[in-house]
Design a protein around this ligand. Structure first.
Ligand code: ADP
Length: 510
C-alpha cells in the first residue's frame, strides 16, 4: 500500500507532543512491513534540520490557492529516520512557517489552511498517487472536504481518506471566510450536516469537516473513543461522531521501541533490560544499571543522594494534564520522603509564570527539581533514572509517557481515564493477577485520589523491594510497540479499498 501522512508535527525534528511520535512510529512500522510511506509537513524554520538527511529540491514552483490568488511553493524532499518526507515552503508574503514556533500564532488557522490546500495540490499535481491519505487533527482535517468536493471531481479518485483525532480539545474553529480563502465556499459549508460548529453556529469547525468527509475516522485509544461520544468528552462533536459511528474506531497508539528502549537508548550513559543475565556473562545488561542512571540524574539536577524514590513527570503544562495536581503532588512527595522531578513547558502564559515562580521557590531544594523547557535528552534520563512516573490527567486521549515509563521500568501512577485506563492496571485493585499489573491508578482527579495512589506506591518501594522489582519487570515486558496497532490501521486501509467501489463508500464523499 502507498500511504501519505499529512501532519503538522513529526518527531524528532518538529515535535510539540505525542502527535509527532505517533506519525513517526506508525510510519516506520508500516514501512518495515513493506508499505510505501510518505510524510508531508510544513518547512518550519524552527525544526531541527540536523535530523534530515540528503535534503533536495523536489518541486520548484508548486502553485497553490489562497485568498483569491495563486502563490508559489518550493517542495523539498529529505529523509528522516529512513522515511521520505516532503516539506512545503510557501512563498507567501506572510511567511507562514518562518515564525520561530510550530503553533501559537494569532493566525494558526490561516497557516494550516494554507498548508492543507498546498499539500493536497502537491499530492494531485506531482502526482503522488497514494492509496491512502492519512490526516491528523484539525490542522490537516480540511483536506477531507477539499478532496471530496474539489479534487475528487478533477480526477484524484484513487486515495481513501483517513482522519486520526489525537485530541478533541483542539478543533480548529474559524469563520466561513477563512474556509473560503482556500477555495471552498464557506457559506455553503455552514450547515449542520457539513462543517457548521455544533456549539457556535456562526463558526466553521475544521475537525468536524474531517469527520464528515473522511472515509474513516480513528482516535487514539478504545476508552477515549467511548468518552468522545459523551458531551464531556466530545466537546461539542459527540453528535457528529455518533452519526458517523460506523466509520469510527479507537486504536491504541504504540511506542517506537527503536527510539524508546533502555537497552539501546542513544541518550543514556548505560543500558539495561529486564532479562536475567547469567552470572558469568561479561556484558551485564542488567536492571541494576538503572540505579547508576538514577545517581547521574541526581547529579545533573542537583538532588540529594539519599535512600528515596524519585517520582518523575514529563508533560505539556496545560489544564488537561492536571496542573493543580502536579503542584499539590510536589509538596506531598517531599512530605512522604520522595524526590520530585518535573520536565515541562506551557504555552499558557499564566501557567508558565506560575511554574517559574515555583521553580524559584524550590531553587537549590535537595528533593525537588523543575526544568521548564523542552529537552529531549533530559526526558530520556528522567524516564530511565526515576522510580515512578505520574500522569494525573483530567482527560487523556492516549498518553505516551506512561507507556514509555513502563518500558524503562519506571512504575506509572495515573488517573484512570482514556488511554491511561487502557494501559495501566493497578497492582492492588484492578482485579488482575499480579503478573498482569503494572502500576497504580486513581479515579477522582483530586488531592485525595492522587495521594492514595502515590502513598501505596511509595510504601511498596520502601517496604517491599522485591515486589517493587517484580512490578517494574511486569511493565518492562509488556509489548506496546507499533506492531499490533499498525496491523489494525492496515486492516482499516484495506477495508476502505475493498469497499472502494461500493455504494456506501461513494456516499461518504457526499
Ligand atoms: P501530548 O501529546 O498530549 O502532549 P503524550 O503523552 O501523548 O502527550 O506525548 C507527550 C510527548 O512529548 C512524550 O514523548 C513526552 O516525552 C514529550 N514531552 C512533553 N514535554 C516534554 C519536554 N518538556 N521535554 C521533552 N519531551 C517532552
Amino acid at each position: 500500500m502507498h500511504i501519505v501522512h499529512v501532519s503538522s508535527e513529526l518527531a524528532p525534528l518538529a515535535k510539540v507532543g505525542g502527535l509527532a511520535d505517533v506519525v513517526l512510529g506508525l510510519s516506520r512500522e508500516l514501512s518495515w512491513k513493506g508499505h510505501d510511506v510518505d510524510i508531508i509537513i510544513p518547512k518550519f524554520d524552527c525544526m531541527d534540520s540536523e535530523q534530515i538527511r540528503d535534503m533536495t529540491m523536489d518541486t520548484k514552483d508548486l502553485m497553490s490557492f489562497y485568498q483569491g490568488e495563486w502563490f508559489s511553493n518550493t517542495i523539498w524532499m529529505g529523509w528522516v529516520e529512513n522515511l521520505k518526507v516532503y516539506f512545503i515552503e510557501p512563498h507567501h508574503p506572510r511567511f507562514f512557517f518562518n515564525r520561530g514556533c510550530f503553533y501559537g500564532c494569532d493566525d494558526d488557522i490561516e497557516r494550516f489552511l494554507y498548508f492543507s490546500r498546498a499539500a493536497i495540490e502537491f499530492i494531485y499535481k506531482r502526482p503522488l498517487n497514494p492509496d491512502i491519505i492519512h490526516l491528523h487533527d484539525w490542522e490537516t482535517a480540511v483536506i477531507a472536504p477539499l478532496y471530496a468536493d474539489m479534487y475528487h471531481k478533477i480526477g484524484l479518485t484513487k486515495p481513501r481518506v483517513v482522519l486520526s483525532i489525537h485530541n478533541m480539545e483542539y478543533q480548529g474553529k474559524c469563520s466561513a471566510a477563512d474556509l473560503s480563502s482556500i477555495g471552498l465556499d464557506g457559506t455553503l459549508y455552514q450547515e449542520p450536516s457539513k462543517m457548521q460548529d455544533n456549539l457556535s453556529p456562526n463558526l466553521i469547525n475544521l475537525l468536524k469537516g474531517g469527520i464528515v468527509y473522511s472515509n474513516f475516522v480513528t482516535t487514539v485509544s478504545p476508552s477515549y473513543a467511548k468518552e468522545v461520544l459523551t458531551p464531556e468528552g466530545g466537546k461539542g462533536l459527540e453528535s457528529t461522531l455518533l452519526k458517523y459511528q460506523k466509520k469510527f474506531k479507537g486504536i491504541l497508539n504504540g511506542i517506537d521501541y527503536s527510539y524508546w528502549n533502555p537497552e539501546i537508548d542513544r541518550f543514556l550513559p548505560a543500558h539495561y533490560s529486564p532479562r536475567e543475565i547469567p552470572a558469568n556473562k561479561k556484558d551485564r545488561n542488567t536492571l541494576d544499571k538503572k540505579g547508576f542512571i538514577k545517581k547521574l540524574l541526581r547529579e545533573t539536577l542537583n538532588l540529594a543522594e539519599d535512600h528515596r524514590p524519585i517520582i518523575g513527570c514529563i508533560t505539556r503544562l496545560v489544564p488537561q494534564k492536571g496542573v493543580d495536581l502536579i503542584k499539590h503532588t510536589m509538596r506531598h512527595i517531599v512530605d512522604k520522603k520522595g524526590q520530585f522531578v518535573l520536565l515541562g513547558s506551557s504555552p499558557i502564559p499564566s501557567i508558565s509564570a506560575e511554574f517559574h515562580r515555583l521553580k524559584h521557590q524550590y531553587t537549590d531544594h535537595p528533593h525537588v527539581s523543575l526544568t521548564l523547557h523542552h529537552q529531549e535528552a533530559l526526558a530520556h534520563m528522567i524516564f530511565a533514572g526515576c522510580d515512578m512516573f505520574i500522569v494525573p490527567s483530567i482527560f487523556e486521549p492516549c498518553g505516551l509517557t506512561q507507556m514509555i515509563a513502563l518500558k524503562y521500568g519506571t512504575v506509572p501512577i495515573v488517573r484512570r481515564t482514556g488511554g491511561l485506563a487502557d494501559t495501566i492496571y493497578d497492582v492492588d485493585n484492578s482485579g488482575k493477577p499480579f503478573e498482569e499489573t503494572n502500576g497504580y491508578t486513581f479515579d477522582v482527579p483530586d488531592a485525595t485520589g492522587i495521594d492514595s495512589a502515590l502513598d501505596r506506591a511509595i510504601h511498596c518501594w520502601f517496604e517491599d523491594p522485591e515486589k517493587w522489582r517484580n512490578l517494574m519487570v511486569n511493565g518492562m515486558k509488556i509489548d506496546f510497540s507499533w506492531n499490533h496497532p499498525s496491523d489494525i490501521y492496515l486492516e482499516v486501509y484495506k477495508m476502505l479499498h475493498q469497499n472502494g467501489n461500493s455504494k456506501e463508500n461513494q456516499t461518504l464523499h457526499k
